[in-house]
Design a protein around this ligand. Structure first.
Ligand SMILES: NC(=O)c1ccc[n+]([C@@H]2O[C@H](COP(=O)([O-])OP(=O)(O)OC[C@H]3O[C@@H](n4cnc5c(N)ncnc54)[C@H](O)[C@@H]3O)[C@@H](O)[C@H]2O)c1
Length: 361
């Protein structure tokens, strides 16, 4: 049976459809008739799902395949795209459809936000990370020089279409690293959901469709709950950044070999160690992080070629560095962020960061 249901709204702003249609045949009816369709698609997806591309093609459809690399998620990458789109003489009624993981949806979202001060754009996320995290919310950004997501804006797509059949072509290691974005939020905000999810971690990759959908819907609900409290991710929404301070730095230092989720996994473990070092949390928090990474078969150590000095240097360019002070989201326990009168960022002295980094090899 094919089910297309609207599982919720991002703070009453745009719907998230969850479909179990193996043919994706419910997709075309969701899209408006428009003069031009500008389809920005991960080039890998173009090969893997030509059928979906066919479904999206109407009279004037222009397809722009993009390699999913952090280098392409840049001002330069956007400029190349804008050059090609500009030549099409687009109008404000045209639409952008972004199909791919978080990289491509971020590029498509920012392109849609900037062209003529904003045209309608639609998300079709194809990785677990993008289905449960990157495509939910309003953050659109690209990297600038060495800084991740440094140039961007807040703006909404018209909808987000989630279909778990896209995930069938994702290898196990990549899939498990993407589970991290869901676990991250449970660890930071929801102990009961963490406990329920923790039990499923080992076999989620090979789980039957119903179990996968259940996981996806629960993770979407968890993120929507956070966005409902803090859409612009200025206070409680900082939970989304758990593990990202060190995670982003590691990912940027070797994005050829370390995926976003793997970086965030190591970053979460480092954050748990910092929480412990600052006396906020006990050893159990570190142990549970280790167990999560072990169950998912993800790395627990920083690769030796990335030195603490490299990481500290990267942190100095990070968005989480204010006035030379490096901020972390830290936990007091599972589901409990450390907060300072409603501020969920904790300033961590460089000596503590260095000591924890030394422990992380
Ligand atoms: N805006 C946000 O709130 C937010 C949140 C999380 C992540 N992000 C961003 O998202 C990006 C990471 O996104 P991601 O983890 O979704 O991965 P990705 O877009 O980098 O894709 C990872 C790999 O999976 C491949 N791929 C995509 N869909 C596939 C499929 N269905 N089958 C097989 N292979 C597939 C891609 O070609 C690529 O090789 C980062 O740039 C990160 O900064 C943004």
């Amino acid at each position: 049976m094919n089910i297309l249901q609207c599982t919720g709204y991002v703070k009453d702003r745009y719907p998230i459809y969850v479909s179990t249609d193996a043919d994706f045949s419910d997709l075309p009816a969701l899209l408006p008739v428009s003069q031009k369709r500008i389809v920005i698609i991960d080039e890998k997806l173009k090969q893997l799902f030509p059928h979906v591309l066919g479904l999206l093609t109407q009279n004037e459809t222009h397809i722009f395949p993009i390699g999913a690399t952090e280098d392409n998620k840049s001002l330069k990458g956007l400029e190349t795209l804008f050059d090609a789109i500009f030549d099409l003489k687009p109008s404000r009624d045209d639409i952008i459809i972004a199909i791919g993981g978080g990289l491509v949806t971020n590029i498509g979202g920012l392109a849609g936000s900037l062209i003529m001060r904003g045209i309608r754009f639609y998300y079709i996320p194809t990785t677990l990370t993008s289905q449960i995290d990157a495509s939910l919310g309003s953050k659109q950004a690209v990297n600038f020089r060495d800084a991740k997501n440094w140039l961007g804006t807040y703006n909404d797509p018209e909808f987000c279409y989630v279909n778990p059949y896209f995930l069938d072509t994702i290898p196990k290691r990549a899939f498990n690293s993407q589970v991290i974005e869901g676990i991250k939020l449970c660890l930071a905000t929801d102990q009961a959901l963490f406990t329920a999810t923790f039990k499923q971690l080992e076999n989620l990759y090979s789980a039957p469709l119903e179990q996968r959908i259940d996981f996806i819907e629960k993770m979407i609900a968890a993120k929507l709950a956070v966005l409902a409290k803090d859409l612009l991710e200025e206070n409680y929404g900082m939970s989304m950044l758990y593990g990202h301070t060190i995670g982003h730095a590691i990912e940027m230092l070797d994005h050829e070999h370390i995926s976003h989720g793997e970086g965030v996994g190591i970053g979460m473990l480092a954050a748990a160690r910092i929480s412990h070092a600052l006396g906020l949390a006990d050893q159990h928090l570190i142990d549970i992080h280790m167990e999560v990474l072990d169950r998912l078969g993800l790395p627990t150590k920083i690769p030796p070629h990335i030195t603490p000095a490299h990481i500290l240097e990267k942190l100095s360019y990070n968005k989480k560095n204010y006035g030379g002070k490096i901020h972390f989201v830290l936990l007091k326990g599972i589901g409990q962020m450390a907060d300072h009168a409603g501020d969920y960022f904790t300033i961590v002295p460089p000596a503590v960061i260095s000591a924890v980094l030394e422990e992380s090899y």
